[in-house]
Design a protein around this ligand. Structure first.
Ligand code: AMP
Ligand code: MN
Ligand code: MN
Length: 375
């Protein structure tokens, strides 16, 4: 990222009036945080700036971000310049046509520089950190609202400052964001102390189904549509699961599969220190980073998806020396054929007729009981 690009992007933004910022589809803390970080400064400079995302609903756990309620799902037709934030490729923007001018701000190492101007910190900690540098180098003012977004983006994309991407310079930027009005205590509370009972109930089911595969180097679990119906949880409630799976002591890779409403399977991968899961995701038609990556496999089942993914994981584990070449008794084939897995991943018919009347006093009843569900 050279000085010239920082200047060119700012010049283009200052010359333009109707600007649309687009964080990636199914946005996370970095996508919305970096988008809103830029949004507030441009707004203060008098620009007609909009922030667009096609995903509805947006993840509820990010609703504390200042400007969250201004995010529109109507693409502004008269846009002169689009700024894509945290999008590893053009498809992640959720727009069909290329805009008149496209600025690409990101940190995915797989980013093919799809913009007219590209500011890509390949392998860097967060897009929010790139936006921070863009504002600082051009002496633009940070607002408390924008600083809150940028802090959130950095916090969430570094696993709360745990990853190898964290540097002294990043901490100095974070200190500056705090001075500008980001409140770490409040943001931490908003992100981590507003949990929902339905999410914990789903988590209990997911954790109960964990299986260790490939010599214990892979921790795998999944969520089916039935599990969502039974707990009342929603898909964004699974955001932290693949990291939790990876966090098990001897495990190198956390693999989480989520059955989607449209019949696709969402793949989420995390690694600890050796395997580049971004590489695996790219082979699955997705993308991501070395330690966190994802993909969506259309028209498939969890079981079928596992059959495709495990050999790719096995190959990488062997290539990086995490797994020895001959671990026959732990081959993925054997695991897939396990009757237990067949049983737990078998698609269930919709449970329309499953609604049973339950006594409000029955404390051992299912979580669907109305008396205990509304917490
Ligand atoms: P997730 O496991 O969904 O939290 O995603 C981890 C990382 O992988 C994110 O930073 C995304 O940039 C990337 N990613 C997830 N899903 C996809 C996808 N379908 N296509 C491309 N990249 C993805
Ligand atoms: Mn992201
Ligand atoms: Mn990011």
């Amino acid at each position: 990222m050279d000085d010239k690009t920082f200047r060119q992007i700012w010049k283009k933004l200052m010359e333009s009036d109707k600007i649309t910022i687009i964080p990636h589809l199914n946005p996370d803390g970095d996508a919305l945080g970096s988008g809103l970080g830029l949004y507030w400064t441009l707004k203060k400079l008098g620009k007609k700036v909009k922030i667009y995302n096609k995903t509805t609903p947006l993840p509820y756990y990010l609703d504390f971000l200042p400007g969250f309620d201004q995010i529109t799902n109507q693409y502004p037709k008269d846009t002169q310049v689009v700024v894509s934030v945290d999008c590893g490729d053009f498809d992640r923007l959720g727009i069909e046509e290329r805009p008149p001018f496209l600025i690409n701000i990101d940190h995915h190492y797989t980013n093919p520089n799809f913009g007219d101007l590209n500011l890509v910190d390949r392998g860097g900690p967060a897009t929010a950190y790139v936006v921070y540098q863009l504002l600082k180098r051009n002496r633009a003012e940070l607002t408390p609202e924008g600083a809150t977004g940028l802090y959130t983006g950095i916090l969430t994309d570094t696993g709360n400052f745990q990853y190898e991407t964290v540097t002294g310079d990043l901490f100095r930027a974070v200190a500056d964001l705090v001075d500008a009005g980001a409140n770490p205590g409040w943001i931490g509370q908003m992100l981590y102390q507003r949990d929902r009972l339905s999410r914990l109930r789903l988590l209990a089911k997911i954790l109960d189904n964990i299986r260790l595969l490939l010599n214990g180097k892979v921790a795998f679990s999944f969520a089916t549509q039935k599990m969502f119906r039974e707990t009342g949880a929603t898909k964004e409630d699974t955001e932290t699961i693949s990291s939790q799976l990876r966090n098990i002591g001897p495990v190198e890779i956390g693999l989480f599969l989520r059955e989607e409403e449209d019949g696709s399977v969402k793949v989420s991968l995390r690694s600890k220190e050796k395997v580049d899961v971004g590489k695996i995701s790219v082979k699955l038609g997705g993308g991501g980073h070395a330690r966190a990556a994802g993909a969506t496999l259309p028209n498939t089942s969890i079981e079928e998806a596992l059959k495709i993914i495990l050999p790719l994981i096995e190959k990488e584990l062997k290539a990086t020396g995490v797994l020895e070449e001959s671990t026959k008794e732990n081959s993925p084939k054997k695991e897939i054929e396990s009757p237990h897995l067949q049983q737990i991943t078998k698609p269930e018919p919709p449970d329309i007729s499953e609604k049973k009347e339950e006594s409000p006093l029955s404390v051992t009843s299912s979580p669907n009981s109305p008396t205990i569900e509304k917490v």
